[in-house]
Write a protein of this length. Sequence first.
Length: 307
Amino acid sequence: MESDSSSSSSSSSLPVWQGLAAGAVSGLTARIVTFPTDTLKARLQIRGAINADAVYSSTLSAARHMVATEGLLGFYQGFGAVLWGVVPANLAYFGGYELGKAVMPSQWGMAGDMATGALAQVLAGVVYTPIDIVKERMQVQALMQGSYSYASPRQAFKALSGGGQGVRGLFRGYWATNCVWLPWNSLYIAGYEQLKMQSTLALQLSDARELPPLVVASCSAAAAAGAAVVTHPFDVVKTRLQVLTGQQSAQSLTALKVAQQQLRTEGPGSFWHGLTPRLLNIAPGCALSWAMYEWLKGWLDSGDEQR
């Protein structure tokens, strides 16, 4: 990767705090905007396991049903948990991203970008897994027929860490989560950096930091969507593992058991349930967060130079 057109090298000299601050602000903003599609995704992914195919047969039918039965606030069930964790999780994620770009040898090229994505996920996953399981359980609890019901994220955290489970209860599906997000982040970061490099060359710019925000957003959305399609079956299994283990009959479930049972009872097509809302969530979410992230870094950097 050419150093004069790669953001991996061009932004490595920026102070760490700038990347952390930009990541926290951009991540929270994107979550607020795209959270409703995340809720739809979670419900569609488990529909076959709870006999909700009739109501949640498509993204549109699911949205209509939720508006009619729960109102618009139903789309934000579990958002309180995200508010607790989105800032530290994004600090860890974008901090890992900047660290990876700083330490990966430039001659590694795309392999270095993939390693950077994996590093960002490893750091963020430790912070975000407990948030993710609480979020998803609150998103789908209206469908769980009394298996669990939480009035607040605090109550959910207490319930998941109680009953002798301790911290282990909050990390249910941690490895399944990494099976989704490690490859996703590796593919995403590599694709994102390559698309930015090609865009920089096509627009005859000297540095990727000169790319217009719309181009950055387009690179991010395309890379995010491609990585999401590849990893979606794993995301379905991960979501089911995290939410279905709240049922008494499913306490001993593992990711492999979930996948085997799903394949046997619902067929291979069920592993693609929820793909449309996931794409509607992840592509614009990444476009917004990464365009804001790159812009905020540039703005903070220019402010430092003026001072």
